[in-house]
Every structure is written in C-alpha cells, then in structure tokens.
Write a protein that binds this ligand. Structure first.
Ligand code: GAL
Length: 328
C-alpha cells in the first residue's frame, strides 16, 4: 500500500511543481498565475500594504464563480496567494471596482465599490457606492450600506489615501452618464462619505490618483465599456481640484488605447522613492475572468509630466530604494 501511494505521489509531483509559480518580474499583459497555478482573477481593484503584517493585499473583481471581490496576498508584489472571495455578490447585480482602505487605528478594512444594476429598465441605472467592512484583510466583508453619494449617480470609482493626513477620497464617474468625475472626501473612519464633494471637471472613468511635490495627478480613461481608449491625466495643486487636462501619459502608445488597458489604481510602492505603480486591466472587449493585467511604472519627469512607458518585462529595481531613516 505504502509503495503504491508513494508511486502515485511521485507521478503527481511533476504536476504539482508545474503549478508552483516563482516570479521575479512583471510581464504586462502576460499570463499571471497565483500560488495554485491558476490565473489571477482580481480586476479593477487596488493594492494596499499592511505594515504590521508586512504583506501586500490585492483586491479586485472576481469575475469567475462565485462572483464578487477576491483578495490575494504577497510579500513581493510578483507572487500572489489566493485568499479567496472576500465578498460574494449575492443579490447585488453588479459589484465592480472594489477599493480597500485599512484603518490602522481600529484594525478595520473598509471596502468601497461600484454598486449597480437595472433601474427602470436601464442597465447600470442604480449607479451607487457600496461599502463593506471586515476586521481581517482576508474578509469576509459585510455590506454596511449602498447609496448615491450626495445624491449623485456614481459608477467607476478610484481611491486616494493621503499618506500624511490619512484622509481618503473617492474619485467617481458621476452623473448622467459618467459625464464628469466628482471627488468626495470620506469620514475619518472611512465608513461614510462627507459633503465635501466636488465636480472636478475631469472626464471620465477608472480614476487613479498620486501626489508628488504638492501636485495631484489624476489618471483616467474615457468611457467605452470593455474596449480600451486613450488615457488622460490631469494635474491640480489640491485634491478637490480644479484639474487641468494634460493629455495622454502613455508614451509611444501606437494603438492610442493606453497600451490596451484601462486604469484602475495607482499604488505607491513603499520602500522606494517615487515608486508609482500603474495598475490597468486588459479587458479584451469583455469583462472575462481571464482578462489580463497591465502593471507599469509611472514616472513624473523633472518638469512635472506624468509618463508611462511600455516594458515587456520589468521589476522593482526600476525604482530607487528609499534610504533607511537613521536613528541618530
Ligand atoms: C467600463 C467600466 C467597467 C465596466 C464596463 C461595463 O466603462 O470601466 O468598470 O463597468 O464599462 O461595460
């Protein structure tokens, strides 16, 4: 019996080892497998770093079954372990673009997302924010509320967490239909929206935000469903605007389609100087679970321009490590 079991195990070993992934670079648009050797299903979301756990968590739409939002964890941003579906759609018709913020003072993880469905026969007619909470990074997240922020229709959302003030803001494709982007400040506990909610006169979807040298950079796509389009970035000296249109940051973008991707978030990678990670989705014309990811470094040039260049393969050595703070 023991011999038979050992031979079966030996036969399985090559298959098991094939599943093991060990990446040390990003390959934008390429195949990207999780720790089980399965395609990462985590779209339109964001990444957070939890210092106390020394772990990155990546949240996004889980477009396979069960549908909802998934969470993956990593210590290096290349290799991701599937933590599972942290919130299932249940009777929510559309749950898109989840964004999680961690409140270190309460130990709470707060997820905001695009809550939608059919209203008066119109798809994406509900147009609301949803908010869900978990006391663990890996869920389960429990829905607390869903509503239109300050009465405005809301579809695609992006999030910015100010590293100095710890305040969080949501940029959202607002009103009929995604005519503009509005920016709303969240309450100090991240659980509700405030009335500080402004039409920032930018257009129109998938907003990602970063701040460098006192300037806010807002990156957006246009509105063409699952088909990619040329991206635009805007700059402002204040998070609430007004924002000035600066054109496309995608340099050498032959297809004029943001390197065949749509932005979902800009993650400031800790431990490296000005390390801004462009997170984009390659939807391939439909929001399939197999959709790929386009992760690229964002550069802010000496004269303050945002640039995103294509790399077939790159890694974090692209960035300069931050000097450790001296204790003296
Ligand atoms: C896109 C949007 C996606 C999804 C899609 C549905 O414009 O960015 O998040 O809502 O439309 O067609």
């Amino acid at each position: 019996m023991i011999l038979i079991s050992l031979s079966i195990l030996a036969l399985c070993l090559p298959a098991l080892s094939q599943q093991h992934t060990d990446y040390n670079s990003f390959k934008p648009g390429g195949e990207w497998l999780d720790n089980n050797g399965v395609h990462i299903d985590c779209h339109g979301g964001n990444i957070i770093y939890v210092e106390s756990l020394k772990t990155f968590y990546w949240y996004g739409e889980h477009r396979g079954e069960p549908q909802g939002a998934s969470c993956y964890s990593s210590s290096d941003l290349y290799n991701w372990k599937k933590e599972g579906v942290v919130i299932e759609k249940g009777n929510i018709q559309i749950l898109e673009r989840p964004k999680v913020v961690y409140d270190a003072s309460t130990g709470r993880y707060v997820m905001w997302f695009h809550y939608d469905g059919i209203l008066d026969g119109r798809n994406y007619g509900i147009a609301e924010f949803g908010v869900a909470v978990s006391d663990k990074p890996t869920g389960p997240f429990v829905v607390q509320n869903h509503y239109r922020p300050n009465g405005h229709e809301s579809r695609d959302i992006g999030m910015y967490i100010d590293p100095e003030t710890k305040k969080a803001y949501i940029g959202y494709a607002a009103d009929h239909v995604n005519r503009t982007i509005r920016m709303v400040e969240l309450s100090g506990d991240y659980l509700s929206t405030t009335t500080n909610d402004v039409d920032i006169e930018a257009h129109c979807e998938g907003p990602g935000i970063l701040k460098k040298n006192g300037t806010f950079y807002l990156l957006t796509s246009q509105c063409s469903g699952w088909t990619p389009n040329p991206g635009t970035y805007y700059t402002s000296s204040a998070i609430m605007g007004p924002y000035a249109n600066q054109g496309s940051p995608f340099i050498g973008d032959a297809g004029n389609n943001s390197f065949n991707s749509q932005p979902c978030y800009i993650f400031k990678i800790p431990g490296y100087k000005d390390a801004y990670l462009y997170m984009g989705d390659r939807w391939n014309g439909s929001g399939r679970p197999e959709s790929q990811y386009v992760f690229l470094p964002i550069t802010i040039t000496a004269d303050g321009k945002m640039e995103i260049h294509w790399h077939n393969e790159w890694n974090l050595s692209f960035f300069t490590p931050e000097k450790r703070r001296s204790n003296r």
